[in-house]
Design a protein around this ligand. Sequence first.
Ligand SMILES: Cc1ncc(COP(=O)(O)O)c(C=O)c1O
Length: 405
Amino acid sequence: MKQASSNYTPMSNIFADRLSDVPKSFIREILKVAIDKEVISFAGGLPNRDLFPINDLKKAAEIVFEKVGPDALQYSNSEGLVELRKFISNRYKQKFDLDIPVEEILITSGSQQGLDLLGKTFLNEGDDIIIEEPGYLGAIQAFSVYKSRFNPVKINEPGMDLEALKHVFLGRNPKLIYMVPNFQNPSGMSYSDENRKEIASLLVSRNLFLIEDDPYGDLRYTGLQKISFKQLLPDQTIMLGSFSKTVVPGFRLGWIVAPKHIYEKLLIAKQASDLHTNQFAQCVLAEYLAMGGFNAHVENIRRVYNIQREAMIESIKTHFPKGVHFTQPEGGMFLWVTLPHNLSSMKLFDIAIKNKVAFVPGHPFYIGKSETNTLRLNFSSVDKETIEIGIRRLGDALRTMLEVG
Ligand SMILES: Cc1ncc(COP(=O)(O)O)c(C=O)c1O
């Protein structure tokens, strides 16, 4: 019998240029190291699987098979299920008093697809885009495909560095500015209302769109809800949202909110990509939402993650040596650690793995840096007791590194 796999090696120039500078997902590489069962991993960005509403989704799926039948498995429209879009519109009304017509909501295969579609719609090679530093790796990956030029602007509580932002506009005309203003990935930081207003007044009437990516906004544990950029800059803001953190990521269901003239372009980009988002997953999610348990479910996620967040903060206070700084996020899934400036988080990673604990070193979240003194810790997918053990191990690794110098 003939071997099915081929040994044929294509000529090196057979691949398109557009992928040549796209960084690998460093996190996926790290997860391979962390696969050892004894390693406590704060490296992933996963929601807690124990909280997935399995029983309710099972019920919803059964109802969909009975009620919707074959249409739930048929090709569908590119915009997405109208029931889902109505639900999303109603939530914007309740949360922010925003009137978002369903015609401006496009259901996507996760908000990650939203990023890709925005890149496809707006970015020519060499176009300038402003991103946060540190920034969401998935956005850096998505926009890199379109060979845009990144202009990273530092964020630090209480938000974006306004002087650095002004500086970008001195020499460049960026088309897009990408932000995760609530409980940012990777840093857990949020922008204050004041900072948002100042950013808005800098951006208003410029020939640029602001992408407000908000997958974590519903996961607030303390403090008050902040203004949305859509309230401040309604004509220039494109919003991205997701059900990954509030229901399940495996359905790959997210959305884009965009003004009509942009929506039409995004729809073409979407059709070229995948015709439409998974119809069955949309039907099951719509049925689940109609069952009415969503708010209570999100409330439960908040309760559990808050316990884990507090456990991580308290353990860090107890076990980390002096001189190590960390954020205390009001929500989300991540906490950001800054080591004394001469220390490398990559070196710490090597020691930590020997101590059976993993995290993500900071450098992949920056453009063009191979070393940093920062790192990301995830607290959503590890229970309280395990967090305490893992942070103690990390504290030991830090002390080992400080002794070695
Ligand atoms: C800031 C941010 N945006 C977008 C995404 C993508 O989410 P999804 O495609 O699952 O909706 C993530 C996932 O972790 C994220 O952290």
